[in-house]
Design a protein around this ligand. Structure first.
Ligand code: IPE
Ligand code: IPE
Ligand code: MG
Length: 252
């Protein structure tokens, strides 16, 4: 929500907690698989790079929309550990777009009280992209509004494998390992589980995204391609979430 002074409000304290059994009004953590840039370009006879450009433009629009809604956490799947296997020119184009978007948007997001976090590997990113990400994360670290997770070179299996390795390297004893301990070693250690997982582009699969954190997420698939997914399409996803009854395995 926007306050009268035009500032984005802090995250909504009424937003759903994952322990809720009944259907909550507002999801606390929304995650989006932003799919369909390629098909969007193809349908317009454009180069694939135009599709990714339109996708990154939409990202800007959607983040502003979510910040205004008073959502606590928004995590966006921008580049998977498998996306490196695409043609080199496409990968390079995405990396360049990511650098430009972070460089252009971080300051504005900071002024809007958004906290940026990176989820994923950093060792394979170019030094330029790594520097932009690090700067954005550091600059916004104490902001109290929307937490924006950017999943870039992210894979759920890599995240879980990495957590196991880290625990061993830290000498964590077997008796100390429980679900909470494990979760504390994930990229999302500072985030609650996902309440609503949205996938654009019409497919019904998770594509290695947030495998641990989506254990009891509500799933919403939209046929709309990512560059066109904003405004009323977000409203529809929220309406659908509102109609769900979350049971978390319990008899209610
Ligand atoms: C999603 O769009 C963006 C990334 C995976 C980086 P795609 O490029 O996968 O679009 P489609 O699925 O080919 O339409
Ligand atoms: C998922 O989309 C990854 C991102 C949106 C970043 P993909 O296009 O890579 O997924 P698949 O190949 O259709 O499963
Ligand atoms: Mg795709």
């Amino acid at each position: 929500m926007v306050t009268q002074s035009g500032q984005y409000m802090t995250a909504n304290p009424q937003a759903s907690k994952c322990s809720d059994i009944t259907s909550p009004a507002i999801p606390d953590h929304v995650a989006i698989i932003m799919d369909g840039n390629g098909r969007w370009a193809k349908a317009r006879d454009l180069d694939i790079s135009e599709g990714h450009h339109a996708g990154f433009e939409n990202l800007r629009r959607v983040v502003a929309d979510f910040a205004k809604r008073g959502i606590g956490y928004l995590t966006l799947y921008a580049f998977s550990t498998e996306n490196w296997d695409r043609p080199e020119s496409e990968v390079n184009g995405i990396l360049q777009l990511a650098i430009a978007v972070i460089a252009n948007e971080a300051q504005q997001l900071h002024e809007n009280n958004v906290r940026i976090m990176h989820l994923g590997r950093v060792d394979r990113l170019s030094s330029e992209l790594r520097a932009e990400l690090e700067q954005a994360v550091t600059m916004t670290a104490s902001n109290t509004g929307l937490t924006l997770g950017i999943a870039f070179d992210y894979g759920g299996r890599a995240e879980i494998t990495n957590a196991a390795k880290q625990m061993i390297s830290d000498g964590v004893a077997i008796d100390e390992i429980d679900e909470a301990k494990f979760a504390s070693y994930l990229y999302t250690s500072a985030m609650p589980d996902v309440d609503l997982l949205i996938r654009t582009g019409g497919d019904f699969r998770i594509s290695n995204f947030l495998l641990w954190q989506t254990a009891y997420s509500e799933f919403y698939s939209s046929a709309i391609l990512w560059p066109d997914f904003y405004g009323e399409h977000i409203d529809r996803a929220f309406e659908s979430f509102n109609e769900r009854q979350r049971r978390f395995g319990k008899r209610v």
